[in-house]
Design a protein around this ligand. Structure first.
Ligand code: 5AD
Ligand code: SF4
Length: 452
């Protein structure tokens, strides 16, 4: 098979894990489109199934093997014709183990090699047995992957940075995604413009350490995320900007001030802190303390009083005592999050913390339960406090029920408006009247937009 062979084929892509994987899955579909592959919603009848995997916690990895078990049955039903590719972080970290446990997998491709998929598929067709590519090439995959071909919609993601050099003691990312690399400014701006031309109004810039962005600018200089955000804000038709995920140590004052000075940058920040205990933060190799996080939050609230925060927490990291956990709870109570994700520590092979004495499972479970209850309470409180406020909502499409339209608040809350005319892609003021656990409900201020 070569790229001129365009026999129609069906491709099914399953995505696990983070937004970066969602973005990568779409790019893989773009890479395969010239070969005649069109995407289908189910694996039944597909010529090729790509499973784009996540390795961040043990449970994510288990999901891969159970899903592969189901795919194996489908493959047997096709007499072995269906091709199965495993991509993403499990492919990168466990490629060899994966092929031993699931020898019916045809292709194992790490995140740095997606641009080589056509070639690897051709190899797999020629060869009896599996093909594996988990090299970390010196060139960046940014230079090879096509830009987003299909429109992602009113709200879209754009990957601008990949990898991590921080080596937190619990994390596999530096091993699976490699060293930090930033995409050049010109390429980011060109892709953003194309997205806007296709109807995108809000872009979330993605990167494992997105605020460490240091891409080469058209002037030959290195641009910071703040400078990139300023250039993106100039694009007419692009109304909103976000970025995720950030590290506290790269939260520069310049970037903090952008939340005041860049009118398109939303008052919202996902800033994982992981723990409120300095001892545990040191053990995690985070290279910041709890007070550094407090200072960043306070400074952002000073320059942008309506700033909303989300975060990630790990409980039960090796060495975590009751007092350490109490420090986490104290930080959470004090900060007041709009939403936050919390996880029980999961030892990952090859990471420094995996070899340390582990916290008892039941203790970890109890801490997670307590933390999640508090975070749930804060999320409810945040949504409840929206009631009575009027805020600009970017409309994305229809709601679940007839006559409803759906959109997003500046604080990334899903918003539902009843009895409205079609407003997709537009921003209108909405008065919030009710709060649900995961969304808020409101009415349009502009009476003309209300459906008869
Ligand atoms: N165990 C539990 N949670 C983890 N995370 C990363 N590695 C682990 C691990 N080994 C969490 C962190 C990170 C989020 C994406 O996943 O909180 O910010
Ligand atoms: Fe993992 Fe830490 Fe890098 Fe985030 S900053 S990807 S938690 S090593």
């Amino acid at each position: 098979m070569n790229t001129t062979d365009r026999k129609p084929r069906k491709l099914h892509v399953v995505t696990h894990g983070c937004q970066m994987n969602v973005y990568d899955s779409a790019r893989m579909a773009d890479v395969l489109a010239p070969l005649g592959y069109t995407t289908v919603d189910t694996p039944e009848g597909a010529d090729m199934v790509i499973m784009n995997t996540c390795h961040i916690r043990e449970r994510a990895e288990e999901k891969v093997f159970s899903a592969l078990g189901r795919l194996r049955v489908l493959k047997e039903d096709t007499g072995g014709k269906m091709m199965i590719a495993v991509t993403g972080c499990v492919a990168q970290a466990e490629g060899d183990i994966l092929l031993k446990r699931a020898p019916f997998v045809d292709l194992v491709v790490g995140p740095q090699a997606y641009h080589r998929l056509p070639e690897l598929i051709a190899q797999a067709h020629r060869k009896q047995g599996s093909v594996i590519d988990t090299e970390f090439p010196t060139e960046q995959k940014f230079d090879f992957l096509p830009d987003a071909a299909a429109s992602q919609g009113v709200i879209a993601n754009l990957t601008i940075q990949e990898g991590c050099d921080k080596f937190c003691s619990f994390c596999v990312v530096p091993y699976t995604r490699g060293a930090e690399a930033s995409r050049p400014v010109t390429s980011v701006l060109a892709e953003a413009k194309r997205m806007v031309a296709q109807g995108t109004r809000e872009i979330a810039l993605l990167g494992q350490n997105v605020n460490a962005y240091h891409g080469e600018g058209p002037d030959g200089k290195i641009w910071s995320l703040t400078r990139l955000l300023a250039a993106l804000a100039e694009i007419e038709g692009l109304e909103r900007l976000r970025y995720t995920t950030s590290h506290p140590n790269d939260m520069t004052d310049e970037l903090i001030l952008a939340h005041r000075d860049n009118a398109k940058l939303m008052p919202f920040l996902h800033l994982p802190v992981q723990s409120g205990s300095d001892k545990i933060l040191t053990a995690m190799n985070r290279k910041h303390g709890a007070d550094d996080f407090r200072r960043i939050v306070a400074r952002l609230r000073e320059v942008r009083p309506d700033m909303a925060f989300t975060s990630d927490f790990i409980v039960g990291h090796p060495g975590e005592t009751d007092a350490d956990f109490a420090a986490t709870m104290a930080l959470v109570r004090e900060t007041r999050f709009a939403l936050a994700y919390s996880f029980k520590y999961s030892p990952r092979p090859g990471t420094p913390a995996a070899g340390l004495p582990q916290v008892e499972a039941a203790v970890g479970d109890a801490r997670l339960y307590e933390l999640q209850a508090e975070l749930r309470r804060q999320q409810d409180e945040f949504n409840a406090e929206s009631v009575g406020l009027t805020m600009p909502v970017l409309f994305t499409g229809h709601g679940r029920h007839a006559g409803q339209i759906a959109g997003r608040s500046p604080y990334a809350q899903p918003v539902v408006v009843e009895n409205a005319t079609e407003l997709t892609g537009e921003i209108h003021e909405v008065k919030i009247t009710r709060a649900n656990p995961n969304s808020i409900i409101g009415i349009l201020i502009d009476k003309e937009k209300i459906a008869a």
